[in-house]
Design a protein around this ligand. Structure first.
Ligand code: LLP
Length: 442
């Protein structure tokens, strides 16, 4: 099956996703609109789960990294695909639990979880909490003592692997805010500290080297370093980790500058990882740990498309042409943050030749509000539907109400059926939490 299996051009020359005509979706639900392809999401969840079964005897768990796209429906899909999830805030945890997601299959992350978030996690019975500071280890132990709970925990380790990706999404460099460094000895110190806690049950270690990474060898290198660490800790403390969580980070296709991967590539990535972990465990005489992995972007990224309606077209002779859309950095801040690139198509003119390069601008009051620069498109008129591809990850989840714009709604499509999974906000929602103090009303 091809990576972009349900994205096609239909008989009317329109973009189709999940068997739904994108121009019709735009007319029916309004724009901007996030469209999510359910089959694609399920395919990717299954690809990871089956690969872990195949290459590691099922002694592991796929955790969907829900920071990539969090809403009730996605947790319901993950649950029905028999995988776990990771959450990074009380809000994500609350969303998962409200969708009926089983607490024991939830891992809780975060480099600075608040006391309230820790308490919420413990009281909800989340499976594993990943510790990222001494403060947290102490707080959690004390809290679990009061609650009469022995909490399963992992420790976040910084293996010191510099992945080739944008600096903002690298997480295992020596100066990272995340994790305890193996190199400077703090990883060993915190391990001893946590082992001494009577209300914490240390299961093992976690690492995450970054995001939008294509080099499979970067992950194998991280696995090497983690197994070295596990081996050293066993020698020095006699603690043998039962779990190794290797994080997420596998890349996806946005534009022709990226490799166009298929599910077979993701399968191979798991194969390489499992193979390396097994090999190194034999070397150290370690029991094969339970492996957790946390793909986010690769599960939902290419499953998502954002539909916009073109508004004003501004041609600056000899310089550039802007096509302004009814969305912008409030539904997709990734160009503004990381200069991320996207493929853009005219959903109703898929067979028309591209005759120009245009810059897609948003409707926010700042020049940096851009969705994509110099993208080839056919002639675009106000009212045309434009589709930005691969927007399923870190678009809705990073959306805001900047300029008091509405966060767009989202639909889940499958076999020609489209269901709303996130409603569009209303003006009432926009002012819902505003309070006018008495003395300002007079
Ligand atoms: N596990 C941990 C601990 C993470 O921090 C992340 C991502 C993941 C798993 C999932 O990684 P993925 O498979 O999605 O690459 N906002 C940025 C991406 C930030 C990623 C943060 N952590 C962007 O839009 O590119």
């Amino acid at each position: 099956m091809n990576q972009r299996s349900t994205l096609k051009v239909n008989g009317a020359g329109h973009l189709e996703i999940g068997g739904c005509d994108a121009v019709e979706l735009a007319a029916r639900f309004g724009t901007p609109l996030y469209v999510f392809d359910e089959d694609y999401i399920r395919l990717m969840m299954r690809t990871y789960r089956l690969a872990l079964d195949k290459y590691y005897g099922g002694n592991g768990m796929v955790l969907y990294a829900s920071k990539a796209f969090s809403c009730k429906a996605i947790y319901a899909v993950a649950n029905s695909e028999n995988i776990g999830v990771d959450v990074v805030s009380g809000g994500e945890l609350y969303t998962a639990l409200s969708a009926g997601f089983p607490a024991e299959k939830i891992y809780m992350h975060g480099n600075n979880k608040t006391p309230e978030e820790l308490e919420f996690a413990v009281k909800s019975g989340v499976g594993v909490i990943v510790i990222d500071s001494y403060l947290e280890a102490d707080r959690l132990d004390e809290l679990c003592g009061r609650a009469g709970v022995k909490q399963n925990v992992l420790i976040r380790i910084n293996p010191g692997v510099e992945a080739h990706t944008h600096a903002y999404v690298q997480t295992a460099t020596p100066d990272s805010k995340f994790g305890f460094s193996i190199a400077n000895g703090t990883a060993e110190e915190i391990t001893r500290h946590v082992l001494a806690k009577s209300n914490l049950n240390l299961q093992g270690f976690h690492c995450h080297i970054g995001s939008q990474i294509f080099e499979k060898q970067s992950f194998a290198l991280a696995a090497d370093k983690m197994i070295d660490f596990i081996g050293t800790i066993k020698e020095r403390t006699s603690f043998e980790a039962q779990t190794l969580n290797i994080g997420g980070g596998f890349g996806i296709y946005y534009t022709d500058e990226d490799p166009k991967l298929t599910p077979a590539d993701y399968d191979e990535y798991v194969k390489i990882l499992c193979g390396r972990i097994e090999e190194r465990c034999v070397e150290y005489g370690l029991k094969k740990p339970f492996i957790a992995m946390e793909p986010g972007r690769s599960i939902v990224g290419e499953a998502g498309v954002t539909l916009y309606t073109a508004g004003a077209v501004k041609e600056i002779p000899g310089i550039k042409t802007y096509v302004a859309v009814d969305g912008g950095m409030f539904d997709n801040p990734r160009y503004a943050l990381y200069q991320s690139k996207y493929t853009v198509v005219a959903a109703g003119k898929m067979n028309a030749p591209c005759t120009q390069k245009v810059t897609i601008a948003g409707k926010c009051c700042e020049s940096g509000d851009i969705i994509a620069v110099d993208v080839p498109l056919p002639e675009v008129k106000s009212g045309d539907v434009l589709a930005v591809l691969s927007t399923g990850a870190y678009n809705y989840s990073m959306a805001s109400n900047y300029n008091r714009n509405f966060i767009p709604s989202a639909v889940l499509v499958r076999d020609g059926d489209a269901q709303t999974i996130i409603k569009k906000q209303t003006y009432e929602d926009i002012v819902r939490n505003d309070v006018l103090p008495e003395r300002l009303i007079k």
